[in-house]
Design a protein around this ligand. Structure first.
Ligand code: MG
Length: 379
């Protein structure tokens, strides 16, 4: 097993709240986790260096994985859970997500099969919704409701059949702003017409009454779902909201606890559509459990986030209807191929769909020569 931290190029920046925005070309670092079998098969995943640190690999991941059967994911989950119980700060869920993703990539490589087929092979392509970046104050950006409407028309012309808005959030001045959120949703509905799917990922800490005001406007504007308007630690608030708005409430996105916390959301009627992702759900394994659990309760479960592991989840089960393609912005070229990749995994076709990758594993085309040539550190 190894982690290679390497230099590469980014064309977006992240603000102090963790939201991505357009930015100038800048140097950044990424990490490549590789897990190798005694037969020489390699599973890989790209990740953030902070979640693939030397101490995490040497003190926790290595001791569990080295010398074990690489397909024993359930056994690893138990061992990691024990380590997390008293040392959660040393071993966050995001770190385990990367390890689980690399193990699935390895399984795909070992069997010569794309991961989405190993997960269930539910479909060969999926419709993608265009997921926008948060609002900003940039010229030609997303600084007004009209900007969102103009961008929505452009996205519809590119073939997308659904758009999800992320509106204005702190640390931006005058954010959040309930009235402006409503104005943006109305402007976009007006721009794309009635027969087009729209979703809103609202501000994450609105109060109940603010969320209800927004939800009632979404009912009027016929939105497909209403995402994370409030703190997700309050199950009761989500149940309260779901009971009062017709627009399906979707969640949780960021709550830890993997499939177990999501089970509580189901039995407490806290949402209409369940949500999980390969990163926030603790990896592909617990996310797949969550999706199967949703199916048992007759619920949809939409997958959070873009990228190869999330695309594999969407391809593996039929309880998600969409792939989240983004984040998109008028000033950002999402199709730009960063220097450490040979191609992007999720090109969108003219009909707004994305094809499942056919290569064995997760299908991420990492340029290993580039990684080696731009190495900062390896452990
Ligand atoms: Mg979200």
């Amino acid at each position: 097993m190894s982690v290679q931290v390497f230099k590469t190029e980014a064309r977006t920046t992240v603000d102090s709240y963790g939201h991505r925005h357009p930015g100038p070309s800048a140097q950044t670092t990424q990490a490549l986790l590789s897990i190798t079998t005694t037969d020489g098969a390699v599973g890989r995943v790209l990740g953030k260096p902070n979640y693939l640190r030397r101490d995490q690999i040497e003190q926790h991941v290595g001791p569990v994985l080295v010398g074990s059967d690489p397909l024993a994911r359930e056994s690893f989950e138990k061992q990691f859970a024990i380590r997390q119980r008293t040392r959660a700060v040393e071993l966050p869920e995001h770190s385990l997500s990367y390890v689980d993703q690399a193990l699935w990539d390895l399984a795909g490589v070992m069997f010569g099969t794309p991961v989405w087929k190993l997960l269930g092979g539910a479909r060969e392509s999926v419709k993608a919704y265009a997921s926008t970046m948060c609002g900003d104050s940039l010229d030609g950006g997303l600084s007004s409701p009209q900007d969102y409407a103009t961008f929505a028309v452009e996205l519809k012309a590119r073939g997308y059949t659904g758009i999800k808005l992320h509106t204005w959030m702190p640390p931006l001045d005058n954010a959040p702003n309930l009235a402006r959120d409503i104005e943006a949703c109305a402007a976009v509905r007006d721009a794309v017409g009635p027969d087009f799917s729209l979703m809103l990922d609202g501000y994450h800490w609105y109060s109940r009454t603010e969320a209800l005001t927004l939800g009632r406007e979404l009912d009027r504007l016929r939105f497909d779902w209403f995402e994370e308007p409030m703190d997700e630690f309050s199950l009761r608030s989500y149940r309260w909201l779901s009971e009062q708005v017709a627009t399906p409430v979707i969640g949780p996105e960021t709550v830890p606890g993997r499939h177990r916390s999501r089970a509580e959301w189901i039995v407490n009627d806290a949402c209409d559509i369940l949500r999980v992702g390969a990163m926030n759900g603790g990896g592909i394994t617990p996310a797949l459990k969550t999706m199967h659990m949703a199916e048992g309760f007759g619920m949809e479960c939409e997958v959070h986030g873009n990228g190869a592991p999330n695309l594999a989840l969407v391809g593996g089960s039929s309880v998600a209807h969409w792939y989240e393609r983004g984040l998109l912005h008028p000033l950002v070229d999402y199709d730009w191929v960063p220097p450490h990749l040979l191609s992007i995994v999720d090109p969108v076709r003219p009909d707004g769909t994305v094809a499942m990758p056919l290569a064995p594993g997760l299908g991420e085309a990492v340029d290993l020569d580039y990684v080696a040539a731009n190495l900062v550190e390896e452990y």
